[in-house]
Design a protein around this ligand. Structure first.
Ligand SMILES: Cc1cc2nc3c(=O)[nH]c(=O)nc-3n(C[C@H](O)[C@H](O)[C@H](O)COP(=O)(O)OP(=O)(O)OC[C@H]3O[C@@H](n4cnc5c(N)ncnc54)[C@H](O)[C@@H]3O)c2cc1C
Length: 537
């Protein structure tokens, strides 16, 4: 509750904490190679926002190992014939019939065929929308289309402005980049974050004596030190760079230094803990982090916002369930490390099997043919949109629009937000969207593998979502978690919440083409963990 800065639903957080232990057992059974102590018991370590070692981990790649575990379990079910897999199919529309979610429309990304897939209910597990910023640590293919299409069909979108910016990423090096690389948060267990005390100090790190270094997280937050939560660490790094004390090209970086840990534990121990991350860092930057400190800078990483769901994970469209990063459910205004997959796995393994079954029991058997009202309409909408994109024949690529959108979002709706900047973004985004629909260039045809077409469709949706994100950020005139409104801060520059006016989930209802979205509020009650000022000092 505290980590999410009191903007999460208490009942959900309580349930997640209860289930979390079962998740570890589930994943171990699936073969996830969690780290173990010498005696064979599962090992734990500390993570951001926690002062005790309570996080189970698999070296520096817990997330990846969990994904592999879940994926191979699913492959097994595919092999057993209980799951049908449709690779290279993109969901482009939700089918709503008689007020209920009854299926999806997909495009076969190889043949271009538009297909309807019907069912008794629909579950979306299509991930977050961090790529609205263009540059992020997310895979290039992550996009908002599935949840945005569902939003347009009636699913409320909750807290879209709560986007997490992760402090330990490899800094941007130039315009050529299409994505950014995360260095795991676990590194902050042993790495010390610092910048030179002097502005514009361009000496190499080894020539800067201890007395001239500012270990700013340890200085500002003595009890949590380098393990403050991500939002706090990111803002502190930005503040140091804005003061002109950043390092590396453009001064957009801070050091993450392992010299002290290597001296204390030996290079072997550090290699054992983080060797894969150190290798990755060296491959990307051509610098050896065993010898010189890493350079890191915050980057977009995760989206706490998403489709609004009730306690049963059902959206405002009956029969449409949403799980994982695609929903808004548990993290409030800031997610703590390791809890994304905890939530996604809890949703999928321990909540949905009960709540979805309950829904099915209530609605009873439904016809599943393609003749329902709504099916032809949804398929026609998808076909028309594809044709429209192909017909524009402009002279600017979808990527170029996406890059410009990302820059607008980063500049005005990134780590720090203010009214003037948000208004500027809200003026510019509709103009850019307008230009997109007049001037985007989509090469090739529908009836083939066509990445240009795929991207254009996704960028079109990002251009709509971006506006909602800024509207949400503008309306929330408080700072909380990762949402930092410059106008709302303490004298020490910390986020200043306004519990009186904003202790609610902002759930936005689609207002119609070109119309303003409608704000619905879910008030938040705190029965067990009482509202308090978050402090990591
Ligand atoms: C670099 C990195 C490291 C991370 N490390 C950790 C960690 O250590 N611990 C942790 O807890 N979390 C971690 N996270 C966060 C965590 O990985 C994500 O939050 C989590 O993977 C989200 O899972 P998901 O199943 O909800 O969505 P995703 O894993 O994003 O899966 C969504 C799937 O849906 C597909 N899809 C999307 N749209 C469509 C569409 N329209 N049609 C068809 N398919 C579609 C996508 O292709 C994708 O396969 C990390 C994230 C990143 C980027």
């Amino acid at each position: 509750m505290k980590g999410g800065d009191f903007r999460a639903r208490e009942a959900n957080v309580y349930r997640l904490a209860q289930i979390s232990v079962e998740i570890i057992d589930q994943c171990v059974a699936q073969g996830v190679p969690f780290a173990r102590e010498y005696g064979g018991l599962l090992d734990t370590r500390s993570f951001g926002g926690a002062q005790v070692s309570r996080t189970f981990y698999a070296r520096g790649q817990t997330g990846q190992q969990l994904l592999l575990g879940a994926y191979q379990a699913m492959e097994r079910q595919i092999g057993l014939g209980t799951v049908a897999m449709y690779p290279r199919h993109e969901m482009l529309e939700l089918i709503v019939a008689d007020g209920r979610a009854r299926g999806i429309v997909t495009r076969d990304m190889v043949t271009g065929e538009i297909e309807a897939h019907m069912g008794d209910a629909v579950v979306l597990a299509t991930g977050g929308y961090g790529n609205v910023f263009y540059l992020s640590t997310n895979a290039k293919g992550c996009n908002t289309t599935a949840i945005w299409r569902a939003h347009r069909k009636g699913a409320f979108f909750a807290n879209p402005c709560f986007t997490q910016i992760h402090p330990t990423c490899i800094p941007v090096t130039g315009d050529h980049q299409s994505k950014l690389t995360l260095m795991s948060e676990s590194l902050r267990n042993d790495g010390r974050v610092w910048v030179p005390k002097k502005m514009g100090d361009s000496r190499p790190p080894e020539q800067i004596p201890e007395a001239e270094r500012d270990y700013f997280l340890e200085r500002k937050y003595p009890s949590f030190g380098n393990l403050v939560p991500r939002d706090v660490a990111s803002r502190a790094a930005k503040e140091a760079c804005d003061q002109g004390r950043g390092v590396g090209p453009g001064g957009r970086g801070v050091y993450l230094d392992f010299a002290e840990a290597i001296a204390r534990l030996g290079a072997g121990a550090i290699k054992e803990r983080y060797g894969n991350l150190f290798d990755m860092y060296e491959r990307i930057t051509a610098e050896n982090p065993y010898e010189a400190p890493m350079r890191i800078y915050p980057a977009v990483h995760y989206t706490m916002g998403g489709l609004w769901v009730d306690y049963d994970l059902m959206s405002t469209v009956p029969g449409l369930f949403v799980t994982g990063e695609a929903n808004f459910s548990d993290h409030g205004a800031n997610r703590l490390g390791a809890s994304a997959l905890m939530q996604g796995l809890a949703d999928g393994y321990f909540i949905l099997p009960y709540t979805l079954a309950d829904y099915l029991a209530q609605v009873g058997p439904q016809p599943t043919d393609g003749n329902l009202a709504g099916v032809t309409e949804a398929m026609a909408e998808v076909g028309a949109r594809v044709e429209r994109l192909l017909a524009i024949d402009g002279d600017r690529t979808a990527d170029s629009f996406h890059r410009e959108l990302g820059q607008i979002m980063w500049d005005h709706c990134g780590m720090a937000r203010n009214e003037a900047g948000l208004r500027k973004a809200l003026d510019r985004i509709p103009e850019l969207r307008d230009e997109f629909w007049r001037n985007v260039q989509v090469a090739g045809d529908n009836e083939e593998i066509n990445q240009s077409l795929e991207r254009a469709g996704r960028v079109a949706d990002f251009l709509e979502l971006a506006e909602l994100l800024c509207i949400d950020a503008l309306h929330r005139t408080e700072s909380c978690g990762a949402h930092f409104r410059v106008e709302s801060q303490t004298e020490e520059g910390e986020a200043l919440r306004d519990d009186e006016d904003f202790a609610y989930v902002a759930a936005w209802q689609y207002g119609g083409e070109g119309k303003r979205p409608l704000l619905r509020k879910e008030p938040l009650d705190f029965e067990n963990v009482h509202l308090a000022v978050r402090s990591y000092k």
